[in-house]
Write a protein that binds this ligand. Structure first.
Ligand code: 2AM
Ligand code: CA
Length: 264
């Protein structure tokens, strides 16, 4: 499968950083038994992956801006292009040796995401999309699922945890949705939840309190797979509100109808 030069740059960078994360995952598995656990080691792994991505992406596209979860934002001479990067999405999973984590790279041009990549080095699943060119999982074209009934749909969400999120609101949301769907899931890596929606594995997904780098790549991958992505208001931009709802057009609409009245 032939991809554009841009996608090749993104894939090469993600694969190199991915090899590093995969090696580190092996070490994390050993460190579980220690009293302190692998927390410091994981922070270092995360930073190392971001530096690799920054080095490779800025070498291939000099001057582009760079917003990364770890290093904050770095301006470039080219004000119209910005990489939006999460070097390790699903950090808690990674820390516990759970192989559901990913590198997420979005490219924004004049405020619009024009390319996205999500890569899970643990199982070598690589999702890519470029505007107008479709979405792919390991070179196979992907499409969102076609289900038009909530009762046969499987939907994922995020959940508050210690120090983060509104527990009561989350419970109200889950109560409303659980009663309507075939299954509710919580995988813990926003980028991969979005990738799963794009691949038709999940019918829908929603979460609050996210950051642009959790969703930038997922947004274009879902849209190029024929799906709909917004904030929880239904017509807003997830990258601006930090909330996300996605699915095929029907599931997205039904989720918004249930979630919107519960909280702003
Ligand atoms: P992270 O693993 O890179 O932190 C889990 O519900 C999802 O929310 C993950 O994709 C996680 O990304 C993301 N997230 C965003 N902000 C977070 C935060 N402050 N604490 C924990 N998870 C966060
Ligand atoms: Ca993240």
């Amino acid at each position: 499968m032939l991809h554009s030069a841009l996608i090749n740059v993104m894939v090469k960078a993600a694969r190199r950083a991915g090899r590093s994360l995969k090696r580190d995952l092996g070490e994390v598995e050993h460190l579980q038994v220690s009293l302190k656990g692998p927390a410091n080691f994981v922070t270092a792994a995360d930073k190392r992956a971001e530096e690799m991505l920054y080095t490779d992406l800025s070498k291939a596209r000099p001057g582009y801006g760079f917003i990364g979860e770890e290093g904050g934002s770095r301006e470039g001479a080219d004000k119209s292009h910005t990489w939006i990067v999460d070097p390790l999405d699903g950090t808690t999973n990674f820390l516990h040796g759970i192989p559901q984590f990913a590198i997420s790279i979005g490219l924004q041009r004049e405020g619009v995401i024009i390319a996205g990549l999500i890569y899970n080095p643990a199982n070598d699943e690589l999702y890519i999309a470029e505007r107008g060119k479709g979405a792919f999982l390991n070179d196979q074209r992907i499409r969102v699922a076609g289900r038009r009934q909530m009762e046969s749909s499987v939907v994922a969400c995020g959940m508050p945890h210690i120090g983060r999120g509104d527990l009561e609101l989350s419970r109200a949301e889950m109560t409303a949705i659980q009663a309507k769907v075939a299954g509710l899931r919580r995988f813990g890596a926003a980028s991969l939840d979005m990738a799963f929606v794009a691949a038709g594995r999940l019918d829908g997904y929603w979460e609050r309190n996210l950051q642009p780098w959790d969703m930038a790549a997922g947004q274009i991958i879902i849209r190029e797979a024929g799906g709909v992505v917004s904030g929880i208001a239904g017509d807003d931009d997830c990258l601006k509100t930090g909330t996300v709802v996605c699915g095929n057009e029907y599931v997205h609409g039904e989720l918004v109808k249930m979630l919107k009245p519960l909280g702003g």
